[in-house]
Each structure stands twice: as structure tokens, then as C-alpha cells.
Design a protein around this ligand. Structure first.
Ligand code: FAD
Length: 458
């Protein structure tokens, strides 16, 4: 029998979840405060493109939406590091031909998700801002774009999914009602987005199939390619302080001087830098910890509303999409909502906490450790060990990014064991030629059990 479901938010998570629920026969309505982005100018000030990886692709495949987004994807084969002297080093992400991550425009992905949800029978209500959640009465209060007030009810029979992002009103209500506690750990770094335009022939002005990084220790600049020849560039910098910080870049001249010193090759490609830099305030980044994601079987938080993370592993949306896959699995056989929600909360948390920690760690890696010779040697050795022990040793980045079947928590656990092996193997050594592979093999065989989701590198 078909059940009715309300979803709040039509960002990344809401439409994908809606499409999956509708495919299971549920009657789904999504309420979104923005106008329909397919018929209006997209919102500015959000990250313009996103890195899509195996977990996200797996979820899109499950919903039957992968083929629709594929033409817009630009593959990224690895990190291309830009040193201050202009020299470049390429560090591949993986070693199998399909070990790529993909840059995708957020707006286009959103359109594909909305079309997919609608095609599966999901009702989309745009211009509806939720202004209140009455958990006791099971009422959602909306103010429409026309200024009119509306009310929607929810209950155990007709549950509410909060896919309303990091500032979730449903989460605030759960906290306000004493059903959950929430802690937002803000980074003392922020970000600003900029653009590198194509050349006169419409071509990319940097290597197209790479994620470009200008690592500078305490901060960094990155650039992700778009299919239209542009790059979306993001500057990550401390928010305050007298050294390099957003606070200290007050005037166009400050910005240009800073870029000329730190990122001269990027500056040469950004003639409108000074103007673009001040178009938006710096974006804040936080990790969100929420003690309970549901109110019995009546309401459940998903995606960023439940577990927003910092963007440095490129996994926030991938993780949110994986939420939808787990929910879809748990809904098999029309299981009652209270059972599904409690099971979901119990099983998912260990993985979202693991990716939250790994995302923070990855900031230090991207802005600083990538420059280190020993770090680069460890990456090389990790790939070599994957070739030698393909079912047991998979680099942590690869487990997170290319293996949707390995839970984040397992990637984190095995990653720590592998890191010990790598550090010990390279202690006092300058090259892989000096490495004692026999002793490593003993540690790998005894410490790392074979993985089901492992295929040998070709
Ligand atoms: C700089 C940056 C870079 C990132 N890069 C990546 C990346 O490369 N790869 C990756 O996987 N992830 C990335 N992320 C994370 C990713 O953006 C989020 O994880 C993802 O958007 C979460 O989707 P969501 O649907 O849960 O929330 P959102 O995408 O925020 O969607 C929430 C929706 O709810 C609506 N809404 C909110 N409140 C209300 C209300 N009261 N009433 C009605 N509607 C409401 C909003 O308008 C919005 O449409 C990045 C994030 C940032 C900040």
C-alpha cells in the first residue's frame, strides 16, 4: 500500500531520496524555499561545482539517474600541485583506469535530480519556506512566495524527512523540543569562490582532467574544471589574523598583492580577481554533530541537516547520497517507519562520524603535507602495496573515494593500520628501492583481512 511522505528541501539530498521513495511506491511531496532552479537563475554564493565519486555515482545508479548526469561530468585523474616557483607535480588519485573523481556543476546536478524525481511522480512545491515545525502537533508551517501561509501535517503514518541542509529548521525543532542535542564545530578557516575563464577558443587554461592545488602550508587555493572551459577556484584561508587571512585582505590591492606573492600563475589567469573577490562574503565551514536524528517514526534528518562536514574530502554530497541508499535498503518490504528510522540512526552514525574526521584531516593533507617528499613516497608505496596485496591493502583515499562497498568507518580503521605499516616501512629510507617488502608482506597478511570489495589493479 502506498504511503505519503513529506520531504523538506530540494537541494542534493531531497530529490534523490524522493526519487528512491517514489520508485518504492510512496507518494512523495517535496517543499523547497527557492524558486524552481530549472526556470530561474541559480542561487549564487554556493559551491559552484562538486566532486562526485563512487558513493555518489552508486546512489545515482540506484535511482536510475546516473546516465542523465554523465554528459556533464569532467573526470579528474589526480591532484596537480602548483609550487610558488611555478613548477608542477602530478599525484594520481588511484591506479585503475576507473579510479577518477568527477567535477559536476551543482546547478546541473540539481536539475537532473529534480527532473528525475518529478518523472517518478514526486510532487515539487517551490517557493515554500518552512517557518516553523510543531513537533507535538505534527504541523509544518510555510510561507509561500506569494506571502500566503500554509500548513502541512506529518505523523507516524505520513513522516517528514528533513533534507533542509546545514541550517535545518527541523533539526532546530528537535533540539528545541529536547529530543536531540546539536554541536557545530566551526573551522577558523573560511572560503571564497573565484573563476578562471576559458581562453579565446573556449578551452581550459589549465590541465583539464585534474584537481589543481596551490598548497601553501597554512592555506591553499584549489581549482576544479567545468565542462564549459571554466575552472571554479576556491581560496581557503584563516578567517582572522594579521598574517594571511580574509580579515587582512581588505582592499583590491591587498588581494592582488597577496595572489602575486602566493599564486602568481593563478593570478595571471584571473584578470577580474579583485572585483570577483569581494562579490560574496567568505563562506563558513563546520562539522555538525547531532545526538539523535529522528522523532520516533514521524521525522528524520538526512544529509547535511544531520551531519554536515567540511568540504576537504569532497564527500559531503556523496555521503548524503549514501544516506539515501541505506534508507532505500532499510525500506525493503514496507518496514514500519519507526523501525526504519531507529535502525538508520543506529547504523549510519559510525560512518558519518568517520568521514567527518577524515574530511578535517584531509585539509592538512591538501594544504600542507602533499608538498612533503616523505608524504609523496608514502603515497607511491601505498599504490605499490595495493598492486602486491590487492585484496588486503587499498590506500585510504581510494577506499573512501572509489569503493562504495567499503564503509567510511572501515576505511578509517584500516587506514590507520596501513599508515603504521607505511611509516615503519619508510622510516629512515629515501626511496622505494630500499624497502623491505618481505617484512611488509608479513604485517599486511597478519594485520589486514581480505576485503570483499577489492579488485586487482590492471
Ligand atoms: C565549499 C563547499 C564545497 C563542497 N564540495 C563538495 C564536493 O566536492 N563533493 C561533495 O560530495 N560535497 C561537497 N560539499 C558538500 C555538499 O555541498 C553538501 O554535502 C550537500 O549540498 C548536502 O546536500 P543537502 O541536500 O543535504 O543540503 P543542501 O544542498 O544545502 O540543500 C538543502 C535545501 O533545503 C532548502 N531549505 C533549507 N531550509 C529550508 C526551509 N526552511 N524551507 C524550505 N526549504 C529549505 C534549501 O534551499 C536547499 O535547497 C561542499 C560544500 C561546500 C560548502
Amino acid at each position: 500500500m502506498s504511503r505519503s511522505v513529506t520531504i523538506l528541501g530540494a537541494g542534493c539530498t531531497g530529490p534523490l531520496l524522493g526519487a528512491m521513495l517514489a520508485a518504492r511506491g510512496e507518494r512523495v511531496t517535496i517543499y523547497e524555499r527557492r524558486a524552481d532552479p530549472r526556470r530561474s537563475t541559480p542561487e549564487t554564493g554556493r559551491s559552484i561545482n562538486l566532486a562526485l565519486a563512487a558513493r555518489g555515482l552508486h546512489a545515482l545508479e540506484r535511482a536510475g539517474l546516473r546516465a542523465a548526469i554523465e554528459p556533464a561530468l569532467v573526470p579528474m585523474r589526480g591532484r596537480l600541485l602548483h609550487a610558488p616557483d611555478g613548477s608542477r607535480t602530478f599525484l594520481p588519485y588511484g591506479q585503475r583506469p576507473d579510479e577518477l573523481i568527477y567535477s559536476v556543476p551543482r546547478a546541473l546536478l540539481n536539475d537532473v535530480l529534480l527532473d528525475g524525481a518529478e518523472a517518478r511522480g514526486v510532487a515539487l512545491r517551490f517557493g515554500e519556506r518552512c517557518t516553523g515545525v510543531d513537533l507535538d502537533g505534527g504541523r509544518l508551517l510555510f510561507t509561500g512566495a506569494d506571502g500566503g501561509a500554509r500548513e502541512v501535517t506529518f505523523s507516524d503514518e505520513r513522516p517528514l524527512f528533513g533534507a533542509d541542509g546545514a541550517g535545518s529548521i527541523l533539526r532546530k525543532s528537535l533540539v528545541g523540543r529536547g529530543l536531540a542535542t546539536a554541536q557545530e564545530d566551526f573551522l577558523d578557516h573560511a572560503y571564497r569562490e573565484l573563476t578562471i575563464l576559458p581562453d579565446a577558443d573556449g578551452r581550459h587554461r589549465l590541465e583539464r582532467e585534474a584537481l589543481h592545488i596551490w598548497p601553501r602550508g597554512g592555506y591553499m587555493l584549489i581549482a576544479l574544471p567545468n565542462a564549459d572551459g571554466t575552472f571554479t577556484v576556491t581560496l581557503f584561508l584563516p578567517r582572522t589574523g594579521t598574517g594571511a587571512s580574509f580579515e587582512s585582505l581588505r582592499t583590491p590591492a591587498d588581494v592582488v598583492t597577496f595572489f602575486a606573492r602566493e599564486f602568481p600563475d593563478a593570478l595571471a589567469l584571473m584578470p577580474s580577481l579583485a572585483k570577483e573577490f569581494f562579490a560574496h562574503p567568505p563562506g563558513l565551514m563546520a562539522t555538525l554533530h547531532v545526538s539523535c536524528w529522528h522523532d520516533g517514526g514521524r521525522a528524520l534528518l538526512v544529509g547535511d541537516a544531520a551531519h554536515a562536514i567540511v568540504p576537504f574530502h569532497g564527500q559531503g554530497m556523496n555521503c548524503a547520497f549514501e544516506d539515501c541508499v541505506l534508507l532505500d535498503d532499510l525500506l525493503y518490504g514496507a518496514t514500519p517507519w519507526p523501525v526504519v528510522f531507529a535502525d538508520y540512526d543506529r547504523r549510519r552514525r559510525i560512518d558519518t562520524e568517520a568521514i567527518a574526521r577524515m574530511a578535517i584531516e584531509n585539509y592538512g593533507e591538501m594544504r600542507d603535507r602533499v608538498r612533503d617528499q616523505n608524504f609523496q613516497l608514502q603515497k607511491e608505496l601505498a599504490l605499490e602495496l595495493e598492486r602486491r596485496h590487492p585484496s588486503r591493502f587499498i590506500p585510504r583515499y581510494s577506499m573512501v573515494t572509489f569503493h562504495a562497498g567499503i564503509p567510511y568507518s572501515e576505511a578509517e580503521r584500516r587506514g590507520a593500520l596501513q599508515q603504521d605499516i607505511l611509516a615503519a616501512a619508510l622510516h629512515g629510507r629515501q626511496s622505494l628501492a630500499d624497502v623491505d617488502y618481505a617484512s611488509i608482506a608479513r604485517r599486511v597478511e597478519s594485520g589486514l583481512s581480505p576485503l570483499a570489495d577489492a579488485t586487482a589493479p590492471s
